[in-house]
Design a protein around this ligand. Structure first.
Ligand SMILES: Cc1ncc(COP(=O)(O)O)c(C=O)c1O
Length: 387
């Protein structure tokens, strides 16, 4: 069978390889601690599960849903954006459900790029910022994120040649994998930059409410002029431990939301209506569950930071996301340290270079395992890996 150049050119999906390695070692009887994939270990709040059960028992949810989303779903997203971010969205024209932010990130490229066009993509960044443009026969040009600039891209350093071909820009804060957050006027500068260069901003807001130390993350859409130049990919996955449910929304520019919806009507038939109703329960009910979960992650973050520092590793505690972005010890690359930690300690971390060339020199550790497993992971690294 001959496959398209598009598919042949795709790199292997990072986590598919990691899952395989975990499965192999577990099958061989080893006790593997995975700090690799960022998949919350805590359950979805009971009231959300209850809403799903009730909705699933209602036969009116069993048919094709509207892929523009049930009005109640769009209104729930609008009311959440209003109360959480002070952003007033028109539920009729500025919101369309997504089967997770990942779907939005991949598909928005089909709405914005023609062959040869470019997406400027945060590096290190979520891998789909690179593969999404490839699937649209475009390309991603990396936007380096460096610690010295707080992991914000230097917009002024983008070359004229790249800007000429660029149609869109992917950024995400709170940031995976670096944990960086926005505490200055970056979004305002981004809006001005997008206007000046006729770029569409796609802000991936997958970690909107996973924050610590009292920090509250803004929506890109809070920035004056933002919705004229872009959209935000909003996700319920991390805030409500709903990664398996595939629920999110693309919100912002009515023109782009409409184009996105027209595209989607040709690719999927919308989000299961019962999941839409459960998502309404998540977004409109008490948000205490989110605060409780952040408290758990914050405790794990502090514990892991302290344990890593105690064995001589340099770590900055992040104010958001469920990751620690840790420089590897001297003498290692991100891949060789990852390999050693797996081979010697049966601990899975992800190599920073898998998130882009600028991730070299780092590994990412996920906070999605219980305290005792985090402690055990660090103990094994200390005992078995040359640091
Ligand atoms: C930065 C970022 N964007 C998007 C996603 C995907 O989110 P969803 O589950 O809503 O597809 C993830 C998942 O880990 C992520 O880290």
């Amino acid at each position: 069978m001959r496959f398209s150049r598009r598919v042949q050119g795709l790199p292997p999906y990072l986590f598919a390889g990691i899952e395989r390695k975990i499965a192999e070692r577990t099958a061989a009887g080893r006790d593997v601690i995975s700090l690799g994939i960022g998949d919350p270990d805590l359950p979805t709040p009971a009231r959300v599960v209850g809403a799903l059960a009730q909705a699933a028992a209602d036969p009116t949810t069993h048919q094709y849903p509207s892929n523009q989303g049930e009005p109640a779903f769009r209104e729930a997203v609008a009311s959440f954006y209003d109360s959480r971010f002070g952003v007033a969205l028109d539920a009729a024209t500025e919101i369309v459900p997504l089967l997770g932010a990942k779907e939005g990130i991949a598909h928005v490229c089909l709405a914005l790029l023609d062959p040869g066009d470019v997406a400027l993509a945060a590096d290190p960044g979520y891998p789909v910022y690179v593969t999404g443009p490839m699937l649209a026969d475009g390309a991603a040009v990396p936007l380096p994120l460096r610690a010295a600039r707080g992991f914000q891209p230097d917009l002024e350093a983008i070359s004229g040649a790249d800007l000429k071909r660029a149609r869109m820009i992917f950024v995400s804060y709170p940031n995976n994998p670096t944990g960086a957050v926005i505490e200055d006027d970056f979004f305002a500068r981004l809006v001005a930059f997008a206007r000046a260069h006729d770029l569409v901003v796609v802000h991936d807001n997958a970690y909107a409410d996973i924050t610590y130390d009292g920090y509250v993350a803004p929506s890109f859409l809070q920035t004056p002029g933002a919705r004229e130049v872009g959209v935000e990919m909003f996700s319920l996955s991390k805030s409500y431990n709903m990664t398996g449910w595939r629920s999110g929304a693309v919100v912002g520019s009515a023109d782009l939301v409409d184009a996105f919806w027209r595209l989607k009507t040709n690719m999927d038939s919308g989000m299961f209506a019962a999941v839409q109703r459960a998502s309404v329960a998540a977004l409109t009910g008490s948000q205490q569950c989110v605060a409780d979960m952040c408290a758990v992650y914050q405790r794990r973050r502090d514990l892991l930071v302290e344990a890593l520092r105690a064995i001589g590793m340099r770590v900055t505690p992040p104010k958001g996301t469920i990751y620690l972005w840790v420089p590897v010890p001297d003498g290692y690359t991100s891949a060789s340290f990852t390999e050693q930690v797996l081979e010697q300690a049966d601990v899975v971390v992800t190599p920073g270079a898998a998130y882009g060339a600028c991730g070299e020199g780092y590994v990412r550790l996920s906070l999605t395992v219980p305290d005792d497993r985090l402690q055990e992971a660090v103990r094994r690294i200390e005992e078995r890996v040359r640091l």
